[in-house]
Design a protein around this ligand. Structure first.
Ligand code: ADP
Ligand code: TRP
Length: 331
């Protein structure tokens, strides 16, 4: 069975883009019986967070939400990055084979510089820590959204470079080369303004928001000014793209909705109707997760137990990989 690993930074409330691009893949891969490792990338968040109380709360919230969405601790090792310290040791070993030029071209760093934000060294070497997360458990597959592809290519390059420089035999590599996996229809989900949905753009939809707030948020999705009787193109509509990503391309509700855009009929069909359909879909789709979340929030003892069990599983793998890497370099 392939081994799957992925993580999300605890930098704010999870949104539909995270769900459609990443978390839904975790659930599908878990359901298919893969060996699963899903963690919270706390150290990565420290490249930008300066609020310890918020960091703590966000870490707890992401774990609760992973469980509410349906990750099952009996099938998936769920842990926080700092509970697997081998990862930071591996990051150092990898940094010693990583050319500066690879990091200089990394988008996460280049974007910050372009915005005039002075980067710290942690942000500069962010992809190395990410590679260590992945290589630490010998992951075969890493499910992510499209914005992470470059980081995944770098992780693969670092693994190959290390194996080569330390002359690991081809049939016994120190690091296994991972592959990334994208969600077919939601590699980049748009936000309410039509740009990529992202915590940093303030354009997200939170699947756990209260009904009134959620409805208001959906009604704020940007659309053109076509009237209820005009023919519309579902493929260029943000509301429809979000609907399709959650319901699925071939779902009868998606097919029916696309039909109404193309043929509003005598009674008419406007963006307000489409948004109402999306609102109802979200309540239906996330109903079970919304119901579970409250009980999970109120049970920190259970969360602590899940994390302890997850970290133990991840550490067993990470210890073996770190021993291999130490031996290869002569330590
Ligand atoms: P954000 O951009 O909101 O800070 P993260 O960087 O924490 O999101 O992303 C966590 C995971 O969710 C990654 O795998 C990322 O690729 C995925 N993801 C984030 N936003 C989107 C989106 N709009 N569409 C698809 N996947 C996304
Ligand atoms: N960089 C990822 C993000 O911003 C988070 C992350 C850290 C990650 N380590 C990882 C994702 C390892 C996949 C695998 O979303």
């Amino acid at each position: 069975m392939p081994r799957v690993l992925s993580g999300i930074q605890p930098s704010g409330q999870l949104h539909l883009g995270n769900y459609a691009g990443a978390i839904r893949q975790f659930l599908d891969l878990q359901h298919a019986g893969n060996e699963m490792f899903v963690f919270v990338a706390s150290y990565h968040a420290l490249t930008s967070t300066r609020d310890p109380a918020a960091l703590k709360a966000n870490i707890h919230q992401i774990v609760v939400d992973y469980l509410a969405f349906g990750l099952d601790p009996a099938k998936t090792a769920i842990y926080v990055q700092q509970d697997v310290p081998e990862v930071t040791e591996l990051a150092w070993l990898l940094s010693c084979v990583t050319p500066m030029s690879w990091m200089e071209k990394a988008v996460s760093y280049k974007d910050k510089l372009a915005k005039g934000i002075s980067a710290n060294v942690g942000l500069f070497t962010y992809p190395i820590l990410q590679a260590a997360d992945i290589l630490a458990v010998d992951a075969d597959v890493v499910p992510v959204g499209r914005d992470q592809v470059q980081h995944l290519e770098l992780a693969r390059d670092m693994a190959a470079r290390f194996n080569e420089e330390f002359k690991a035999p081809a049939d016994k590599p120190v690091f296994k080369l991972p592959a990334y996996r994208l969600a077919a229809e939601a590699a980049v989900l748009p936000g309410i303004d039509g740009e990529k949905m992202s915590k940093s753009y303030g354009n997200t939809i939170d699947p756990f928001q209260d009904e009134k707030g959620l409805r208001k948020r959906i009604m704020a999705i940007k659309s053109d000014s076509k009237g209820v009787n005009e023919v519309k193109d579902p493929d260029t509509c943000n509301t429809f793209q979000i609907f399709r990503a959650i319901a699925g391309k071939d779902d009868p509700r998606t097919v029916a909705l696309a039909g109404r855009y193309r043929d509003p009929g005598a009674e008419g069909f406007g963006y307000g109707h489409a948004k109402q359909a999306l609102f109802e879909l979200l309540l239906d789709h996330f109903g079970p997760a919304r119901a579970k979340r409250g009980a999970l929030m109120a049970d920190p003892g259970y969360i602590a137990q899940v994390l302890q069990q997850g970290a133990a599983a991840a550490r067993t793998k990470a210890r073996a990989v770190t021993d291999r890497a130490r031996a290869a370099v002569g330590l």
